[in-house]
Design a protein around this ligand. Structure first.
Ligand SMILES: NC(=O)c1ccc[n+]([C@@H]2O[C@H](COP(=O)([O-])OP(=O)(O)OC[C@H]3O[C@@H](n4cnc5c(N)ncnc54)[C@H](OP(=O)(O)O)[C@@H]3O)[C@@H](O)[C@H]2O)c1
Length: 484
């Protein structure tokens, strides 16, 4: 039985806390789901007192809670749980003040949520320990990005591990908190209709798209050193891929699920200097129009010197060398300033061996389409007869919606609500294990080294499109196309 915890948020005044964490905690409080959560202690460098902080949070909640989310009545009880203390990551006396606050608590557990610069994670953990405020009921949550390559990721993991054992370390990838990702497990392993067909005998290809319509916004400096491969593909897309492709776990326990995800990452075929040309595409947005608005190109927005080596789009043809997936390409793509914002997994099934119908068989395949955002839906694209007397057995696509209607009518929640609740309850299933994150970096580092060795050119694409034409060619050379 997990004891009650005080949640201490480092970076409690930052963008993530403001837009996501505090609204998610408010919602958990509203739904009376946070019974294991005692107090929320936000920290930052700003010197404000708890009352001032509460006033700011109140205003921010009114802005960032979903429609009809604000409630004066809920706030009146939520606000008593909320505290603020100033902490500079390197200042010993600030940790002592935190210690005094924690000492007064009735909750034995402490959950430290690090939503600040990853370069501070190691130092914060060590100072927490030195201040004597890590006890047997303490755990830590780490926000992404965990490093910018394998070595820096190992360094952070190593420093954190000196204070928190792996079973008390929760690495966030908020994509795993999405209801549809969990629903994918339910659909796949709960339905005998799908389970036998989840393999290379029936599946032709898998596509995972995470498309953003925004540019780098205020993050140009960070992004100039990062790029789409490190920022999005290394974490979100590989996490989703490993859930789609994993074998049935022994149980739904965290360890069993993460063991199976890990095997998928181990089976990913390395992309090196020899195959990088045919398996990868790097792109960078030039000026264009998104949602009817003229927008600048990336190089006009970012620090020129480092940004000209940065991709804002990446597409990859990945292969998984195992019994289930040999021969099935996994097409992955992610980018900024694309035509619209959406994230989607498409499982495209093989065609019939012979077509009896007049339609172009290439256009009509069965697909399972799992939409992760903006809405969370699952639909099965099937084929049936075009209705009418004049249509003699010609096919038309029909979508079967597999999503429970109630989800869109109030049962929906933000991924951070799920993940915060699980971290408070000590459930690691939807968090990344150290070996998973490091293996994902190893695979990505090989691609980056191949790009460097080959001098891979970054292709321009107009903002408002779905990436450079070579991304279309990535699937077209295989006789396939992206599902749009
Ligand atoms: N924002 C997002 O949507 C998002 C999404 C995914 C992951 N993340 C990750 O979440 C983390 C925070 O991102 P963010 O966007 O919230 O950043 P941010 O808006 O820049 O906020 C940074 C926070 O860290 C605190 N901080 C900075 N330097 C500090 C120091 N030396 N000692 C103590 N506290 C310090 C700041 O406190 P003061 O403001 O009081 O100085 C602030 O509360 C990053 O790792 C980011 O990559 C963010």
């Amino acid at each position: 039985m997990k004891p009650q915890v005080d949640l201490v948020i480092f970076g409690g005044t930052g963008d993530l806390s403001t837009r996501k964490l505090l609204p998610a905690l408010f919602q958990l409080h509203r739904h009376k789901l946070a019974d294991k959560l005692h107090r929320i202690i936000a920290t930052g460098r700003a010197t404000v007192d708890t009352e001032e902080f509460r006033t700011t949070v109140r205003e921010n909640l009114q802005t960032y809670l979903p429609d009809s989310g604000w409630s004066e009545e809920v706030w009146n009880t939520f606000h008593d749980r909320l505290f603020y203390t100033t902490i500079h990551a390197d200042k010993v006396s600030d940790y002592e003040c935190l210690g005094q606050l924690l000492e007064k608590s009735q909750a034995p557990g402490r959950l430290y949520y690090l939503a600040t610069l990853p370069s501070l994670y190691g130092e914060i953990c060590q100072r927490l320990q030195a201040a004597g405020i890590v006890n047997a009921h303490s755990a830590v949550v780490l926000e992404k990005p965990l490093g910018h390559d394998l070595q820096s990721c190992q360094d952070i993991n190593e420093q954190v591990a000196q204070v928190f054992p792996e079973q008390d370390t929760f690495r966030i990838d908020h994509y795993l908190g999405k209801e549809t990702v969990q629903n994918l497990l339910a659909v796949r392993f709960g339905n005998p209709l799908f389970s036998p067909m989840w393999r290379n005998t029936f599946v032709d290809n898998v596509q995972i798209t995470v498309a953003e319509d925004i540019g780098v916004e205020g993050r140009a400096d960070y992004y100039a050193k990062t790029g789409a491969l490190r920022d999005m593909l290394q974490n979100h897309l590989l996490q989703v891929l490993s859930i789609v492709a994993m074998e049935p776990p022994l149980t739904l326990n965290a360890g069993d699920i993460r063991d199976e995800k890990m095997k998928v990452l181990r089976a990913l075929v390395p992309i090196n200097a020899e195959n990088a040309r045919e398996c990868t595409v790097r792109g960078r947005y030039a000026s264009g129009a998104v949602n009817g608005q003229a927008v600048k190109g990336f190089l006009e927005e970012a620090d020129f010197q480092s940004a000209d080596a940065t991709e804002t789009f990446v597409a990859i043809k990945a292969r998984i060398n195992n019994w289930r997936w040999a021969g099935v390409p996994f097409y992955l793509r992610t980018g900024k300033r694309l035509s619209r914002r959406y994230s989607e997994i498409v499982i495209e099934y093989k065609r019939q061996p012979f077509s009896l119908f007049s339609n172009d068989p290439n256009e009509l395949t069965n697909k399972l389409v799992i939409r992760l955002q903006p809405e969370e839906t699952i639909s099965l694209h099937t084929l049936n007869k075009k209705p009418g007397l004049t249509n003699r057995l010609s096919l038309q696509p029909v979508e079967l919606h597999l999503t429970d209607e109630s989800r869109s009518k109030g049962d929906s929640y933000d991924a951070y609500e799920r993940l915060l609740l699980d971290a408070i309850n000590g459930d690691q299933t939807l968090f990344m294990r150290r070996d998973e994150v490091e293996l994902a970096w190893r695979w990505v580092d090989t691609i980056i080294a191949a790009w460097e060795e080959n001098g891979t050119v970054i292709k321009d694409y107009n903002a408002g499109t779905m990436g450079p034409s070579s991304a279309t060619a990535l699937t077209a050379v295989d006789g396939r196309s992206w599902y749009e």
